[in-house]
Design a protein around this ligand. Structure first.
Ligand code: UD1
Ligand code: CA
Length: 475
């Protein structure tokens, strides 16, 4: 028999969110609630020892967590947290499997729980030889949570858990006496838990089978139920409403910003930046206010990211300057490049070392070689641009013919004059020139000048003649 298994309750709808998505598939700090909890649990047991109870939109939740390798237990009707554990028990019986000696139960909507704290719960549970060990906290405002009633204020032993909805008028009148909350995280001796589940009733105002009622049932049966307080309140806070989620989101992002600052990153106004915990930033890089760094973004050292830039799943080398208002989506930027202001690098953009992508330039699936410059008002899509190339203001690659995308190639050291359109498929060979205002539809050989526009005609005295005519007509 295994000593320990972990159950995560994640079947609830999340009525208080008023969202079409299940609660546990909402994100804080850029990561899904349930993923946070599973990641923490995986620090203690392998995925094979984990069961996630799913119910509301079960297929969506199963699909989102498929890569974790955990087992799923279906709670087709969500009749309460006690019923969720009844379903786990049924799953063991149906499979003819022997459950682990102890079960830790986590809530899918308590995402900031740290593995160290789960481990402390587990250590207390075994040390106290308890039937049930409850992780608790004493927050500023306990309202909404179940309250833990100890046998006496100094006792580790618990008499009962009372749900918020079941508090008596007298208890509600003395809120300061009932401040210790149930985190929704527990350790149980499995065999004792499973026996007590049969005795649960749903005769309460919510009409649910409460797992929390097990505490009183066990105490009355002479079993040992103890409480252990978490070190920090934040890590046991639940995410039941959007407001609660955003509170946790801010706490997580603040922790990420603190970690980066401790590692040598300067963050002006860290309360304004939005940085996912998965992001890495090198030392001596400066992040200005209102920067967003999301997903799998990696930024080197000695960079500066100016205000209102958003980088998602992008990689940036050392010494890069990203001016205000840039958007990078799955882009790669080599060392010492300069971007923006207001550059938009879409997926598969690869900007070479020391290259410039300037004001209002959009790139998509475009390679810009080392030292090349596209500084103003361009669209570069499906383009392979060599090194040392100058792309004039307003140059457009016409990559789409209405059905297919085609590639534009521009060789090293070429010069594309302003306001040219390069109609793909097209190859401009190295060391060539394209005259400003050209529409280029044929390949340009190396070293050539391509002109793709009609010759200019000047008509001397034309303007004076026009004005004279207009004057005559008026008279
Ligand atoms: C629960 C506790 C409360 C505690 C709080 C901590 C109960 C009765 N109350 O209240 O004492 O202070 O958590 O955050 O347990 N779930 C299922 N199946 C169900 C119902 C819920 O899997 O039938 C899951 C939910 O998806 C959620 C978790 O269990 O992840 C907790 O459910 P929720 O309804 O949020 O319980 P609370 O009212 O917050
Ligand atoms: Ca909850």
């Amino acid at each position: 028999m295994d000593a320990l298994g972990i159950v995560v309750m994640a079947a609830g709808k999340g009525t208080r969110l008023k969202s079409s998505r299940p609660k546990v598939l909402h994100a804080v700090g850029g990561k899904l609630l349930l993923q946070h909890v599973i990641d923490a649990a995986l620090q203690l047991v392998p995925a094979s020892a984990m069961q996630v109870v799913i119910g509301h939109q079960a297929d969506l939740v199963r699909e989102a967590m498929a890569n974790t390798g955990v087992h799923f237990v279906l709670q087709a009707q969500q009749l309460g947290t006690g019923h969720a554990l009844q379903c786990v028990k049924q799953a063991y019986l149906a499979a003819g499997a022997i459950p682990p000696e102890n079960l830790i139960v986590l809530s899918g909507d308590v995402p900031l729980i740290r593995p160290e704290t789960i481990d402390r719960l587990w250590q207390t549970h075994t040390r106290e030889s308890a039937a049930m060990t409850i992780l608790t906290a004493v927050p500023e405002n306990p309202s909404g949570y179940g309250r833990v009633l100890r046998k006496s204020p100094s006792s580790a032993e618990v008499r009962a858990i009372v749900e918020q909805k079941s508090l008596t008028p007298e208890q509600l009148a003395h809120p300061d006496q009932l401040r210790e909350i149930n985190s929704g995280i527990y350790a149980f001796r499995t065999e004792t838990l499973f026996r007590s589940l049969d005795a649960l009733t749903n005769t309460n105002s919510a009409g649910e089978f409460y797992l929390t009622d097990v505490a009183a049932l066990l105490t009355e049966a002479g079993e040992r139920v103890v409480a252990v307080a978490a070190d920090s309140v934040d890590e046991v806070l639940g995410a039941n409403t959007i407001a609660e989620m955003m509170h946790l989101d801010a706490a997580l992002r603040r922790a990420t910003a603190d970690r980066l600052m401790a590692a040598g990153v300067t963050i002006f106004r860290p309360d304004t930046v939005v940085i996912d915990s998965t992001v890495a930033v090198g030392p001596d890089t400066v992040l200005e206010p209102y920067v967003q760094l999301l997903g799998n973004t990696r930024i080197g050292s000695h960079c500066r990211v100016r205000s209102y830039s958003t980088l998602e799943n992008s990689t940036v080398g050392d010494g890069v300057l990203i001016r205000n208002g840039c958007i990078l989506d799955s882009a790669e930027v080599a060392a010492n490049a300069v971007l923006g202001p207001y550059a938009h690098l879409r997926p598969q953009s690869r900007i070479g070392e020391g290259a410039h992508v300037g004001n209002f330039v959009e790139t998509k699936k475009a390679v810009l070689g080392a030292g090349s410059k596209a500084n103003h008002l361009s669209y570069l899509g499906d383009a392979e641009i060599g090194a040392g190339v100058n792309i004039g203001a307003g140059v457009i690659t016409c990559n789409y013919d209405g059905a297919n995308k085609h590639v534009t190639r521009v060789g090293d050291r070429s010069f594309i004059g302003s306001d040219s359109t390069l109609v793909a498929p097209l190859s401009v060979e190295p060391d060539s020139y394209v005259a400003a205002g050209s529409c280029i539809t044929e390949n340009v050989p190396s070293g050539a000048l391509a002109l793709g526009r009609s010759r200019q005609v000047n008509k001397p005295g034309w303007a004076q003649r026009l004005k004279a005519k207009q004057k005559e007509a008026k008279a």
